[in-house]
Design a protein around this ligand. Structure first.
Ligand code: PMP
Length: 259
C-alpha cells in the first residue's frame, strides 16, 4: 500500500560522491526540501540527520570509491488504495551504487542524442519519482543507440530525459532558465559556476531546436554523467563532430570539485 509504489507519489535525489566528497550536498538537500514542499510531504529529517544517514550509506559501500547515493521519500503506506491522502509516515529508501568514471579522452568524440516533443507536466521542476514520460524517452534513446533524448516544447529546447542541456554559440553558453519546464539541475549550476570561473559568458535564456542544431557545442549535464559533449543529434553532426574547447575548459574545472 505504499503510495510510492501505487502512484509514484514521492520525491528523490541523487548525490554524486567522489571519495568522501559529496558534490553539491547542500544544493541537493535544498532541492529535496523544495520537492517535498511542492507535493506536501513533511520532511521526516533535519539536514544534519540526512547528512548522517547519507554518510552512513557511503561508508557501507566499501567496494566503490565513487558512488551515486539514491535517496527516495514516498508519502508512505495507507490502508487502502485511494487517490487522496491523509497524514502518513513517509517511507525512506537509500541506496548506493557505483558511478562509472569516464576518461576525458573517451569523451572527445562525444555522444549522440535524439529529439522528441516534451509532453510532460508543468511541474517538471519537482524531482518526483513518477518518471514515466522520462523513462519512455530514455528507452527511445537506448533503442536508437543514443545517450539521451533532448526535449523541445513549442520549438524551444527544455532539457533532456534525465539531464539538462547547454549549448555554446560564439563563446557564450546558453541554457533554458529555471521554471516550470526543467528540473533545476545541480550539475547545470556547477557547470555555470565552472564556466564563470573561466570568464566564459553564460546566458540563462531559452534557445530553439534550430539553434541547438546550429550550436558550436552541445552538452548535457547530470550528477552521474557530469558534463557530456553531444556531437550528433537525430543523426546530424553538430559543428566539428568533436567535443569543443569550451567543454574541455569547463570539464576540467568540474573535475577539480572532486578533490
Ligand atoms: N533533468 C532531469 C529531468 C533529470 O532527471 C536530471 C537528473 N537525473 C537532471 C535534469 C540533472 O540534474 P542534476 O544535475 O541535479 O543531476
Amino acid at each position: 500500500m505504499d503510495r510510492g509504489f501505487l502512484f509514484g507519489d514521492g520525491i528523490y535525489e541523487v548525490f554524486p560522491v567522489y571519495g568522501n566528497r559529496i558534490i553539491g550536498l547542500d544544493s541537493h538537500l535544498n532541492r529535496l526540501q523544495d520537492g517535498l514542499d511542492a507535493i506536501n510531504i513533511k520532511n521526516p529529517h533535519s539536514k544534519d540527520e540526512w547528512i548522517e544517514l547519507i554518510n552512513k550509506v557511503i561508508s557501507l559501500n566499501t567496494k566503490n570509491k565513487n558512488q551515486a547515493i539514491y535517496l527516495q521519500i514516498s508519502r508512505g503506506c495507507d490502508e487502502n488504495r485511494k487517490h487522496t491522502y491523509g497524514e502518513l509516515k513517509p517511507t525512506i529508501y537509500i541506496q548506493s551504487s557505483a558511478i562509472e568514471s569516464r576518461e576525458k579522452d573517451s569523451l572527445k568524440s562525444g555522444k549522440s542524442a535524439i529529439t522528441r516533443e516534451d509532453i510532460r507536466w508543468l511541474k517538471s521542476y519537482t524531482k518526483a519519482t513518477s518518471l514515466l514520460a522520462n523513462t519512455l524517452y530514455a528507452q527511445e534513446a537506448k533503442e536508437n543507440n543514443a545517450e539521451e533524448t533532448i526535449l523541445y516544447r513549442d520549438g524551444i529546447i527544455t532539457e533532456a530525459s534525465s539531464s539538462n542541456v547547454l549549448i555554446v554559440k560564439d563563446m557564450c553558453i546558453f541554457t533554458h532558465p529555471k521554471g516550470s519546464n526543467i528540473l533545476p539541475g545541480i550539475t547545470r549550476d556547477k557547470a555555470i559556476e565552472c564556466a564563470k570561473v573561466n570568464d566564459i559568458n553564460v546566458i540563462e535564456s531559452s534557445f530553439t531546436k534550430e539553434q541547438l542544431m546550429d550550436a558550436d557545442e552541445v552538452w548535457i549535464t547530470s550528477s552521474t554523467r557530469e558534463i557530456l559533449p553531444i556531437t550528433s543529434i537525430d543523426g546530424i553532426q553538430i559543428s566539428s563532430g568533436y567535443a569543443g574547447p569550451i567543454w574541455s575548459l569547463v570539464y576540467d574545472q568540474y573535475q577539480s570539485l572532486k578533490f
